[in-house]
Design a binder for this molecule. Structure first.
Ligand code: MN
Length: 203
């Protein structure tokens, strides 16, 4: 089964100026597309060919680093596009209650996401995740993912330079201010929390 580059769930201008259409054209059309293409090339004709992307990530972890990197990055970017919205959406009552319990307020969670994202060394991902009914902010390095972890990922933010360099140059905090400030899709996080198991990449 070949995976497809999923469409952006909004127009490529919809996140501007936090994330410009030019950034999305490269980030979605070139970077994400390359991860998908390389994953498809690596699994064609192998025992992985008919597996879900989540199963490929899990099978490749610790076994095939090249496939793992491309499969995990394919998944992470699909999840990231849905983690963003043209205008910030509202959390469900359940998500809001769990945010208040873990962080004190949505605003305090936003501060935590921004500080962890800004402080993350080099490339990676910052996540809002749930495990055992408790929320936490997690970080993964490079192409690593929570897709096959015992966390249920609720939201993610890409902190690789390619996510922000065209718009904000080296100012990762400016990107985080803009994205966390008004572009997070709490409705998507609420769906992920309510499902109680990890989002799956469309096949
Ligand atoms: Mn990226």
């Amino acid at each position: 089964m070949a995976f497809k580059l999923i469409d952006l769930p909004y127009a490529d201008t919809a996140l501007d100026p936090a994330i410009s259409a030019k950034t999305l054209s490269y980030h979605h059309g070139k970077h994400h597309n390359a991860y998908i293409t390389k994953t498809n090339d690596a699994i064609e004709g192998t025992a992985h060919a008919d597996k879900s992307l989540e199963d490929i990530v899990a099978a490749a972890r610790g076994d095939n680093q090249g496939l793992f990197n491309n499969a995990a990055q394919s998944w992470n970017h699909g999840f990231y596009w849905h983690s963003l919205a043209p205008s910030e959406t509202a959390p469900s009552d359940d998500l809001k209650a769990k945010i208040d319990e873990a962080f004190g307020s949505v605003d305090k969670l936003k501060e935590e996401l921004k500080s962890r994202g800004a402080g993350h060394f080099a490339s990676g991902w910052v996540w809002l995740a749930e495990k055992g009914g408790k929320l936490s902010v997690e970080e993964t390095h490079d192409g690593d993912t929570l897709a096959d972890s015992d966390f249920n990922p609720l939201l993610t933010i890409d902190v690789w330079e390619h996510a922000y360099y065209l718009d904000h140059q080296n100012a990762r905090p400016a990107y985080l201010d803009a994205v966390v400030g008004s572009k997070l899709n709490w409705a998507f996080a609420s769906e992920n929390l309510a499902r109680g198991s990890s989002w799956t990449y469309p096949s």
